[in-house]
Design a protein around this ligand. Structure first.
Ligand SMILES: [Zn+2]
Length: 68
């Protein structure tokens, strides 16, 4: 029983993948994903940075004005 040819897992792409191809997505989709991950990391870093600033502000404010 021969296995079906693999296709790209991107439902909008479904490009046939060559035999022995070790990724689930074609090169184009992998590049797109890498780009998305990069953008996602940037966004996450931005959120984390904002949260860190916020936390530092709270900690600093707490040190300046102790509540005891
Ligand atoms: Zn693809």
């Amino acid at each position: 029983m021969k296995m079906e040819n693999k296709v790209c897992k991107n439902k909008n792409c479904l490009k046939p993948l060559p035999d022995g191809y070790k990724h689930k997505y074609c090169e184009a989709c992998r590049n797109q994903q890498a780009q998305k991950v990069k953008n996602g990391l940037k966004a996450a870093a931005g959120v984390a940075g904002t949260a860190a600033c916020f936390a530092i502000t709270i900690v600093t404010a707490g040190k300046i004005k102790p509540k005891q």
